[in-house]
Design a protein around this ligand. Structure first.
Ligand SMILES: O=c1[nH]cnc2c1ncn2[C@@H]1O[C@H](COP(=O)(O)OP(=O)(O)O)[C@@H](O)[C@H]1O
Ligand SMILES: [Ca+2]
Length: 457
């Protein structure tokens, strides 16, 4: 008679129970491990203090993914009411006060527990560059006023300063390429064009030798080297160019004794506005008019003629002199434009206050690109007019914050072989298999070789 191994049955039951429990524990761990976690965000605030107005941008990114590309998004934008901070040169304390509404909004938008670690930066552009040139004390007071106002908030204040034209161009380029995820892909980068009210920037990767060091800037981002050409033309933003072009027309009529009537081909034929000399001559971009003329007015009448408008605008670019092997205009070195371009454009929907100047602005953009930067019909096909990329505005502010918070590493971070969830699951399956084989091996090798010979006495 065959005798059953007395401990065989309970052992099998025990082993089956252990394996069953093991499987359940592993499945639970795998499920819990891979369940989508509640995403925690971090925040950053950048104020773009432009010549015409100030905007407050709030950025957010998943707390644990700071160095991954494309992770930072614009959460909120607020347009400060009124003009740019440089317009408060006579009443500096009002510059700080003007930011209050948007900063209060920022306080509500960002969760309270993150306030103290949220950096706030203010960067002022061409309007303040011009004020600094004209009246350094006034520009200093305006900056102090905005600083005082920002320091009153619970955020981590990181400074208010006038950024250079080179920074404005380079950070605009970083923003566009970061949002387009061009840094870690083989697609290459796009050049960046930005037309502001008081300055305009052009930035692109150039293979050629850059003859003027002030136009050259190098970055190492995610393990790649980028050799950039960048230039910011102060006074060539659209508001200042309009003043320049009016000034040229007024100067030619100054010796007239009668009221000055400017017939302007860049404005539509129904346009007829009385303007003060002061509104044209209040800027360091235009030649000063003699004091006795300051109180004068002129009548600005549109005639609506595109060809004549372009002829008039061409006159603001000086191409008669160049110290380098080649120039864009005004003796500024520029290599031939390369690759695709994104031009930052403001709201495509037409607002009343900008409508009258649209003909002038459109003609200026075309003339700047073709006559100024040397774009040809081939480059036009490669040029996109953009306001937003993935709901984030394509200006310099995001690039500025990414740079100051070191969120774009010089070297590409090492990426693990597989995602964390996949790794955990694979390890579980492999350990389960090893466990099962161990048990099977144990059962087979410990089994008595000839149980039939054994007898119970
Ligand atoms: O909705 C719009 N349509 C057209 N132009 C706009 C709109 N919003 C702002 N702008 C113009 O865009 C320009 C923005 O310049 P900004 O104030 O940034 O100066 P900056 O960059 O030279 O310092 C100004 O000329 C302003 O009038
Ligand atoms: Ca701007």
């Amino acid at each position: 008679m065959k005798v059953k191994n007395p401990w065989h049955r309970p052992l099998i039951i025990f082993i089956a129970a252990v394996i069953g429990a093991g499987i359940i524990i592993m499945v639970v761990i795998a499920v819990v491990q891979n369940k989508p976690l509640y995403q925690k965000y971090k925040y950053g605030i950048v104020l773009d203090a432009g010549s015409s107005h100030t905007s407050v941008y709030i950025y957010e990114w998943p707390a644990e993914k700071e160095n991954n590309t494309g992770m930072v998004n614009q959460k909120h934008a607020c347009n400060v009411k009124g003009k740019g901070i440089s317009s408060y040169s006579g009443t500096p304390q009002k510059a700080g006060e003007s930011l209050k509404e948007c900063m209060d909004e920022a306080k509500k938008t960002i969760p309270n527990y993150r306030h103290h670690e949220t950096p706030v930066y203010l960067g002022a552009t061409a309007g303040m560059r011009l004020l600094e040139m004209e009246n350094k004390i006034a520009s200093g007071e305006v900056l102090k006023s905005v600083e005082k106002s920002l320091q009153a908030y619970p955020f981590s204040y990181q400074g208010a300063r006038i950024i250079s034209g080179q920074e404005e161009g380079a950070f605009g380029w970083i923003t566009v390429n970061y949002l387009s995820e061009n840094f870690r892909t083989a697609s290459g980068t796009v050049g960046a064009l930005d037309l502001g009210g008081a300055s305009t920037q052009i930035t692109f990767v150039s293979e050629g030798i850059l003859e003027s060091p002030e136009n050259s800037i190098d970055f190492r981002l995610y393990g790649n080297d980028y050799h950039l050409y960048t230039h910011s033309f102060l006074c060539y933003g659209k508001d200042q160019v309009l003043k320049l072009s009016l000034e040229k027309q007024i100067q030619s009529k100054l010796n007239m004794t009668d009221n000055i009537i400017l017939e302007d081909p860049c404005f539509h034929p129904d346009y007829n506005v009385i303007k003060s000399f002061q509104s044209v001559f209040d800027s360091p971009c235009v030649k000063k008019v003699d004091q006795s003329q300051k109180e004068n007015t002129f009548s600005h009448k549109g005639t609506g003629n595109w060809n004549k408008c372009q002829e008039a605008i061409k006159k603001v670019f000086n191409t008669s002199y160049c110290r380098f092997s080649r120039c864009s205009f005004n003796d500024v070195f520029q290599p031939p434009v390369e690759g695709q371009f994104g031009l930052k454009q403001n709201h495509p929907e037409v607002k009343e206050k900008y409508l009258a100047e649209y003909c002038f602005s459109g003609t200026y953009i075309i003339t700047l690109l073709e006559e100024g930067y040397g774009f040809t019909s081939k480059d036009w096909k490669n040029t996109k007019f953009i306001k937003n990329i993935r709901d984030s505005e394509a200006g310099w502010t995001l690039g500025y914050m990414l740079n100051l918070t070191n969120m774009i590493p010089a070297e590409a971070p090492d990426t693990p072989l597989m995602p964390y969830g996949g790794y955990v699951s694979l390890m579980l399956v492999l350990s389960l298999l090893i466990f099962v084989f161990l048990i099977l091996g144990f059962i087979f090798f410990r089994r008595p070789s000839c149980p039939a010979h054994k007898e119970i006495i």
